[in-house]
Design a protein around this ligand. Structure first.
Ligand code: PYC
Length: 328
């Protein structure tokens, strides 16, 4: 059996997003968080087929559009990667907006999106940039010590920005693009330390993103980061949810007031602008960035292909290799 899946690829500050436009699984009805459970338990092979090699690579974040359950929303979206599923994805939401413009589905203005952790407003600006108002973000713990194997004790804050982050400054690492292997190894050891010592987010969620901060090099930037994603790929963008987590920490420390701009540079030199608004004591980060569409294609899922569902990497496939009964 062969299935065809239409996708549109884009990159946001260098970080790729692949939006599934048609041919994806039918996830039924209910809130997007429930659809995510169905996606994970019944159609994980589809996730792997779309983003993993040989069609994709470890850096690609997939986005599956679905019906929202909240009547105030225009669409629902579930983000996924090489090893599983994300809560929210900032660069992916910016990529989704330019993809919808490319498809002629929006011309500008605001789209309200239902994501598993909550509602996100995304605004396609006149100059082509996109501003997202993320889910409420917060710091849950300050200056937490972690014993990282082979490194020793490192300290960092734990914050939620739609995913859980460990945010670490003063680590002694130079953040430079020619040090990707060293930075990946360093951040991965912190991740292992968090897991080994049972350190989680305040809701018990796994801290699966590690964010290292250093001095900026881009003109006008306030800080540079290196973000290690759950499947060991580094984020080429400054990471929308990671920047949200950073903004929540800055606000909590009294270092960023509502409406002030923070410019976060990525390890490849791309920059997001961030600010916060505070409503009923909750901090809502707003992130602005640019994305570009770079492919409009059809994936072919041919059952006879031994690697039809992707090459198994860190997060081995758990579901049998069945094709979803899809919408197209
Ligand atoms: O931009 O939020 C983000 C993100 C998460 C993982 C990769 N990018």
């Amino acid at each position: 059996m062969t299935r065809r899946v239409r996708v549109v690829d884009s990159h946001t500050g260098g970080e790729p997003t692949r939006v599934v436009v048609s041919g994806g699984p039918d996830l039924g009805t209910g809130p997007v968080s429930q659809k995510l459970d169905r996606f994970r338990s019944e159609y994980d092979t589809f996730r792997s087929a779309v983003v993993n090699e040989p069609r994709g690579n470890d850096a690609i974040v997939g986005a599956l559009l679905c019906e929202p359950s909240d009547p105030s929303c225009d669409a629902g979206v579930i983000f996924f990667n090489n090893v599983g599923y994300l809560g929210m994805c900032g660069h992916g939401t910016i990529g989704l907006m330019v993809t919808l413009a490319h498809l002629g589905r929006i011309r500008g203005g605001v789209c309200r999106l239902e994501t598993p952790p909550g509602i996100v407003d995304a605004h396609l600006l006149d100059d082509g940039r996109v501003t997202i108002r993320n889910v409420a973000s917060y710091r849950s713990a300050v200056h937490v010590p972690v014993e990282a194997p082979g490194i020793g004790r490192v300290y960092g804050d734990i914050a939620w920005g739609g995913n859980w982050f460990f945010l670490c400054s003063g680590h002694g690492q130079e953040l430079a693009l020619d040090r990707l292997d060293e930075l990946t190894d360093f951040a991965w050891r912190i991740r292992q330390g968090l897991t080994a010592h049972g350190i989680t987010g305040s809701d018990g969620g796994e801290i699966d993103h590690i964010e290292l901060f250093g001095h900026p090099t881009a003109p006008g930037a306030d800080s540079k980061n290196f973000v290690l994603c759950p499947g060991k790929a580094y984020d080429r963008s400054p990471c929308g949810t990671g920047t949200s987590a950073k903004l929540a920490c800055l606000y909590a420390d009294g270092k960023l007031r509502p409406g002030e701009t923070w410019r976060q540079e990525s390890i490849v030199g791309s920059v997001f602008e961030g600010t916060v608004s505070v409503v009923n004591g909750k901090v809502y980060p707003e992130i602005t960035g640019s994305a570009y569409v770079n492919a409009d294609a059809e994936l072919i899922l041919d059952d006879r292909d031994p690697f039809c569902y992707g090459i198994r990497t860190a997060g081995a496939l758990v579901t049998p290799a069945v094709l979803p009964t899809g919408t197209s």
